[in-house]
Design a protein around this ligand. Structure first.
Ligand code: F6P
Ligand code: MG
Length: 444
């Protein structure tokens, strides 16, 4: 059967992809340049004159990058000699073969997914090639700011979590399931708060997350959460000591700030309710798509929560810290997560990562970018089943928790897409709608 092309190779004018590359990416680059400039004094204090020189050179690199983008220059090979540099350059050759030899692969003549990933990787190259500021996370300020702006919502979520943690033993199976559905939805809607869709502008959670769930329910276009529940409960086995042991859940994280807190709260619930014995979090090894979680963001968020001046928030943080210390929770990163590859390539291109994921009983993929990579960011018909769009990717039962921010959606009912097109033409990109889509390699 035929596989459609990747989202707007050729970037048709007026398409969402085109507008992202034309408007949003340069804005993000301008903000990055601005951030580095504003930190000039900090670099001077830390590294003296050498820091200031590095700041200047980095800005030079990034201004050149911005110009390459705006004037549709050819995509350049990476030259920072890092672990993933060769893979990136091979990927560029692959794009060139797809395009044919007549024109060079350029910013506006390439699949959108590739171009976006490439821009973030080039930002990192600029930083890396300029020691001593090579550790600087250009998006750190906006990530921490968005965490603090969501403080009220974080407090209400932690208070809610501690409330039923205290009454956990009294919960019936049905009540447990209801809590699970609620927290899964909180984590789902947490994905609305990413900073790349708003080009880095403020986009935090203000309202109390639990209270808004029932109003949001009708915006969930596909809801497979019952299957997620079944995957969790069917991983439970009677242990030798007579107690039930449960499975391993992997969460492929998306954004820091409020979304990460919703993921930690869900993970806390899964462990304390005995629905998971272990949770592995997968994050990015470099700053990515503005707000994505890095190892530093992960640790920082737990430390902030723990040190908060609020009883239930800090209690949650203490709990999370001890999960990490005991190894019940662990954080992992892998260069594959910051490559442009679709996930059906993972078994071949990152077999170690694929093998690790095979050890999970359930994998939750957070967010829009993960959805684009799961489905290859291809122009699938809306009615193509999710399983088919995965093109064989299935290391373990998996579920995508995604609010729609890009022009792709599969697994809809007949007529559903057409209805949405007439009701709300921007349904795929506004972040107003969401899906919970499940796929299990053992289901057939
Ligand atoms: O469209 C804006 C955008 O940058 C998309 O390119 C990307 O898929 C998305 O936002 C990032 O969203 P998320 O943080 O949910 O992956
Ligand atoms: Mg993101």
């Amino acid at each position: 059967s035929t596989v459609p092309t990747q989202g707007s190779g050729g970037l048709l004018e007026c398409s969402f992809a085109y507008l992202t590359v034309r408007d949003r990416l340069p804005t993000i680059l301008t903000r990055v340049i601005d951030t580095i400039h504003r930190n000039k004094n900090k670099f001077f204090e830390e590294f003296g004159e050498e820091g200031v020189q590095a700041e200047k050179r980095t800005i030079g690199f990034l201004s050149k990058l911005r110009n390459e983008l705006l004037t549709d220059k050819p995509i350049l090979v990476l030259c920072d000699g890092l672990e993933d540099t060769d893979s990136w350059n091979q990927y560029l050759q692959r794009q060139q073969r797809l395009l044919g030899e007549r024109d060079p692969v350029s910013w506006f003549k390439s699949p959108w997914l590739y171009i976006e990933c490439y821009m973030y990787r080039r930002i990192q190259e600029a930083i890396w090639l300029n020691p001593p500021i090579s550790d600087f996370d250009v998006f750190n300020e906006s990530k921490t700011q968005s965490f603090f702006e969501s403080q009220q919502a974080v407090i209400s979520l932690c208070t809610y979590l501690q409330g039923f943690n205290r009454n956990m033993d009294d919960l019936s199976e049905t009540q447990l399931m209801e809590q699970f559905h609620k927290l899964l939805q909180v984590s789902l809607w947490g994905n609305r708060c990413d900073l790349s869709i708003s080009a880095g502008m403020e986009n935090s959670q203000k309202a109390s997350p639990i209270d808004s769930l029932s109003d949001l329910k009708s915006f969930i276009l596909v809801d497979d959460s019952n299957m997620v529940w079944s995957a969790l409960t069917s991983a439970q086995r009677p242990g030798e000591d007579g107690k039930t042991t449960s499975g391993r859940v992997d969460i492929v994280l998306d954004n820091a700030g409020f979304e990460l807190v919703t993921d930690l709260v869900l993970a806390n619930f899964l462990v304390s309710a005995g629905l998971a014995r272990e949770v592995r979090f997968h994050g990015k090894s470099i700053p990515w798509f503005v707000s994505d979680v890095t190892a530093h963001d992960f640790q920082w968020t737990i430390r902030q929560t723990l040190a908060a001046n609020h009883k239930w928030m800090s209690k949650s943080g203490v709990q999370w810290q001890s999960y990490v210390r005991e190894g019940v929770w662990s954080y992992h990163d892998h260069p594959f997560w910051t490559m442009p590859h679709e996930y059906c390539d993972m078994a071949g291109d990152a077999p170690d990562l694929y093998a690790t994921l095979q050890g999970a009983d359930l994998i939750l993929f957070k967010g829009d970018l993960n959805y684009r990579k799961l489905t290859g960011d291809r122009e699938w018909d809306h009615m193509v089943p999710f399983d088919r769009a995965l093109r064989g990717f299935g290391p373990a039962p998996l579920c995508s928790l995604r609010t729609l921010k890009a022009n792709i959606q599969v697994g809809l009912q007949p007529g559903q897409g057409e209805n949405l097109n007439t009701q709300d033409p921007s349904w795929m990109t506004s972040g107003k709608y969401a899906v919970v889509q499940f796929s299990s390699p053992h289901r057939e």
